[in-house]
Ligand binder design. Sequence first.
Ligand SMILES: Cc1cc2nc3c(=O)[nH]c(=O)nc-3n(C[C@H](O)[C@H](O)[C@H](O)COP(=O)(O)O)c2cc1C
Length: 206
Amino acid sequence: MHADIYEIVHRRRDVRAEFTGAPIPGDVLRRILAAAHAAPSVGLSQPWDFVLVADPAVRRAFHEHVQHERDVFAGTLSGTRAERFARVKIDGVLESSLSIVVTYDPERGGPAVLGRHAIADAGLYSVCLAIQNLWLAATAEDLGLGWVSFYREPFVRRLLGIPEGIRPVAWLCLGPVTHLETAPDLERHGWRTRRPLDAAIHHDRW
Ligand SMILES: Cc1cc2nc3c(=O)[nH]c(=O)nc-3n(C[C@H](O)[C@H](O)[C@H](O)COP(=O)(O)O)c2cc1C
């Protein structure tokens, strides 16, 4: 619980293959959700909600949809890219302990959301900050988390009864893990390497 923030930031991984399926203690889950809910948000709109999906039947239905979307993406690849992607596991929906779907309500805090009049996406940014808080808190609790985005929003909206106008932003898989890898899966599978920090820093102009 007192691990250094930098240590947690660099230890965090996107997890798919290392879930044990063991239960998450209630107090731990509550702390993680409280960390997400403490995120900054444009105009203090707090436009997020968290749908906790424990039902195995619902998770199986989502997993089938993800497998279909995986095939759709695989169909756009050829040669080495196709071979590499075939080895990459893209989700741990069935193996993880709990799914958390994080949603965005653009109407929350409206009609005049302070700070969003010029940049509509600021609401969505706020939701992503809640997700990152959740991810780091999970890491601090020695849990793994994986973000799954191989889905179509209308499917998830129908599956979970999410009202029209509210966007599912992330399907997160959470739970105890055997270990966290030291390098991203995509790097380990030769899909892509990380960019050096200095390549991302600009001075005075782009
Ligand atoms: C918005 C977003 C969507 C992602 N969607 C997926 C996904 O559908 N499947 C997957 O395996 N990983 C997904 N990831 C995880 C990334 O592949 C991962 O963060 C990246 O490769 C870096 O690895 P690391 O998180 O372990 O540092 C997603 C990450 C983000 C931020």
